[in-house]
Ligand binder design. Structure first.
Ligand SMILES: Cc1cc2nc3c(=O)[nH]c(=O)nc-3n(C[C@H](O)[C@H](O)[C@H](O)COP(=O)(O)O)c2cc1C
Length: 314
């Protein structure tokens, strides 16, 4: 699997620049890092924290792609120019977010049912921007067949790469991904394809490659990497002992905790770390017990000794 390209999926609330940089320092194996989306809308200022997250200062050592979500053409173009000035070589447009607070405004996956509007936006944007544009989408909003008309639209433009999360928006994150739905698209899409959805172990990549007859060799992984941060480098052939993994994981965790304690209010710190542990606990054989113990603890002054004990017992 050494020849596969692996991308870290954008995961709002998890893969901010602190996570990305620490991930790169301790685990590696990822070829491209995507930011969680920057949402843009006429009359609304971008949040300072979001700008900070995508600023080159905070993504210096990464092969990094900022992701945007919205439909306003002039802001889209402004952002593209900003990314060009910052020296980025790619930006990504989100057509996959399934949450009503996004889709009710006509953004994210709501656009999957509006191929004419997508075409119009791409027409307006592509005449004005220099920076290569990639797209991340789903198979459809309601129906996985919707992707076919969208591919016709995408084929009219020099899309750098098309990542498809193999679910419909209606599915949200439920049920299983449907990689088979990509098979008829492989020969149709002019843009090179990246597969996304439910990759959590090396054999999932092997099965997907077989299914796609080796015609897709780029994979974006989200929750699989949150649960096993070693997955990308293992896919690239690296082998770790259990002790090595625990040692690296502990160093990663401790630095993440320090960075978060410098930035967050005390009242938010435990909550943020618990969010990470929802996935990190999968690295432990007694996953449920580990997560339950951490979730139950309400005292910040007890947190570090609790984590030391969890690692010591592993
Ligand atoms: C908590 C969470 C936040 C997410 N945030 C984003 C986002 O900001 N942009 C995006 O394109 N996708 C986002 N996604 C979707 C993931 O990038 C990915 O497409 C999805 O989780 C399927 O991949 P996986 O099975 O490897 O996790 C998010 C998913 C989750 C679970």
């Amino acid at each position: 699997m050494k020849d596969s390209a692996i991308y870290l999926a954008p995961l709002q609330g998890y893969t901010n620049h602190d996570y990305r940089n620490l991930y790169h320092k301790y685990f590696g194996g990822v070829d491209k890092y995507f930011s969680p989306y920057l949402r843009f809308e006429e009359g609304k200022e971008h949040k300072k924290s979001v700008i900070k997250d995508i600023h080159p200062e905070n993504n210096e050592d990464l092969n990094f792609v900022p992701q945007i979500l919205g439909t306003n053409i002039s802001i889209f173009i402004q952002l593209a120019k900003q990314f060009e000035n910052w020296g980025y070589s790619e930006m990504n447009w989100n057509l996959g977010c399934p949450y009503p607070m996004v889709t009710n405004r006509g953004f994210g996956s709501a656009l999957l049912q509006k191929p004419k509007l997508v075409k119009q936006i791409l027409n307006d944007v592509f005449t004005k921007i220099e920076i290569p544009l990639s797209i991340k989408c789903r198979l459809g909003f309601e129906n996985p067949e919707e992707i076919h008309e969208l591919i016709e639209v995408f084929n009219g433009f020099p899309i750098k790469e098309l990542t498809i999360h193999a679910r419909t928006a209606k599915q949200m994150y439920r049920g299983v991904a449907n990689p088979k739905a990509l098979i008829p698209i492989i020969n149709k899409s002019k843009a090179s394809l990246c597969y996304n959805g439910d990759i959590s172990k090396i054999s999932d990549i092997e099965s997907a490659k077989t299914l796609f007859n080796n015609n897709i060799n780029t994979f974006m992984i989200g929750r699989g990497i949150l649960k096993n941060p070693f997955l990308a480098s293992e896919i690239k052939g690296k082998i770790y002992s259990k002790d090595e993994k625990m040692e690296i994981l502990k160093l990663f965790h401790n630095e993440l905790f320090i960075i978060n304690s410098e930035k967050l209010e005390k009242s938010h710190l435990l909550g943020r770390m618990k969010t990470h542990w929802e996935y990190l606990s999968y690295m432990f054989e007694n996953q449920h017990k580990v997560y339950k113990t951490i979730k139950k603890n309400k005292r910040l002054d007890k947190y570090e000794s609790l984590i030391d004990k969890i690692f010591a017992d592993a």
